[in-house]
Design a protein around this ligand. Structure first.
Ligand SMILES: Cc1ncc(COP(=O)(O)O)c(C=O)c1O
Length: 372
């Protein structure tokens, strides 16, 4: 049985498409494609859903991180500590502001930023740290903050990369409300998906959120008057309408991902693979944007699965400290061993809400066969 890695149609069932078309027709009728009433409606819906008071809708998750960093005061010459094992935009957003990403290693058990590694990188120029809730698993931001404070002798501002973590919750609160600011992505493969690029930034602090609102629109509160140089990071009203339409289904979709992860865990638990494979922990609050196993025989297994038409993917094959565009920072192989090993071993399996129990059984049976 073929198992697709992802199928965009899962959230576009016929009745959803009809609702979406009706909603898009409203936008076509009122004609406010930019800054239309859907933007505020979406921001209010998201604030309520997340339990974070201020939401600023914007063009995509990468731009949301730029807003979040700039509003947190990051400027040229500052250093921002970022895990090396993440999607490019976590560090790209820092570099886009003329600041320097400083790469920390990740923890082997979670693949999230390692507080001890981050603390070893603190300097006088450290302006912020960016925990990434990778694959939808919440970072323990409280521990990260206190470890950095002990190393720096001052508070280090936290800017969360919550691009993969909409709806994820830590015991200390929701992702997106654990730092000063955060950026989320609604790219079509994300847990909450637009029909194109979309994203949003969050903050618990009203003034900081107001600054993000201004920065989204060329740094001005009033048309043609500019307090600072900002960006054009506005969200299309058509995308906002799509997100308003999908949001009520997100709890159900996230629950389906979680149930899928529990089922995979059971199947792997019964498969006696020993140290040939490590399955991810299924912890409360995780939203399983990706379900990522580790195996030292990753490339061989990936080829085996693909030959059987079973979708799988590598997030991410090269840590950021080894990316060509960051060579000016002097990164070298062996510098961050846990991130480097993870890049060789990780493999994401189908976890989107449309995956059936039978398909998961097929995936695990194929893996057991491939690793025997
Ligand atoms: C961890 C992380 N950060 C940032 C982004 C950027 O989001 P976008 O693709 O919407 O710009 C993504 C998207 O894949 C991501 O996974």
């Amino acid at each position: 049985m073929a198992v697709p890695f992802f199928d965009v149609q899962y959230n576009l069932e016929p009745e959803v498409k009809d609702e979406l078309l009706a909603r898009w027709k409203q936008v076509l009728d009122h004609g406010y494609f930019v800054n239309g009433p859907e933007i505020l409606e979406l921001e209010q819906d998201l604030a309520q859903f997340l339990g974070v008071p201020h939401v600023v809708a914007c063009s995509n998750g990468s731009d949301a991180l730029v807003l979040a960093l700039k509003a947190a005061g990051v400027k040229p010459g500052d250093e921002v500590i970022v895990p090396s094992f993440t999607f490019f935009a976590s560090a790209g957003s820092v570099a886009r502001l003329g600041a320097t990403p400083i790469f920390a290693d990740v923890h082997p058990a979670t693949l999230l930023i390692c507080p001890r590694s981050a603390a070893s990188l603190v300097t006088e120029r450290t302006k912020a740290v960016m925990p990434v809730h990778l694959y939808g698993r919440p970072v323990d931001v409280g521990v990260l903050k206190s470890t950095l404070k002990a190393a720096a002798g001052r508070e280090i501002t936290v800017v969360e990369d919550a691009a993969q973590a909409i709806g994820a919750v830590h015991a200390d609160g929701p992702c997106g409300g654990l730092g000063l600011t955060a950026g989320f992505s609604c790219f079509p493969t994300k847990n909450l998906a637009a029909a194109g690029d979309a994203g949003f930034a969050t903050s618990r602090d009203e003034k900081t959120a107001e600054r993000m609102r201004r920065l989204r629109q060329h740094g001005g509160g009033r048309q043609y008057y500019h307090d600072e140089v900002g960006f054009n990071f506005r969200l299309s009203a058509l995308q906002a309408a799509a997100l308003i339409q999908h949001l009520p289904r997100l709890v159900e979709w996230n629950a389906a991902r979680y149930t899928g992860a529990q089922h995979y865990a059971e199947l792997f638990g019964g498969a006696s693979l020993g140290d040939k494979l490590t399955a991810p922990e299924v912890i409360p609050g995780h939203v399983f944007h990706q379900y990522v196993i580790r195996t030292p025989r990753r490339d061989e297994l990936m080829n085996h699965l693909r030959a059987l038409d079973i979708g799988c993917a590598v997030y991410y094959p090269l840590p950021l400290h080894l990316q060509p565009c960051f060579q000016y920072l002097g990164g070298f192989a062996g510098q961050l061993p846990t991130a480097e090993l993870a890049a060789k071993e990780v493999l994401a399996l189908p976890i989107y809400p449309g995956v059936t129990a039978e398909q998961r059984q097929t995936v695990v049976a194929a893996i057991v066969d491939g690793l025997k």
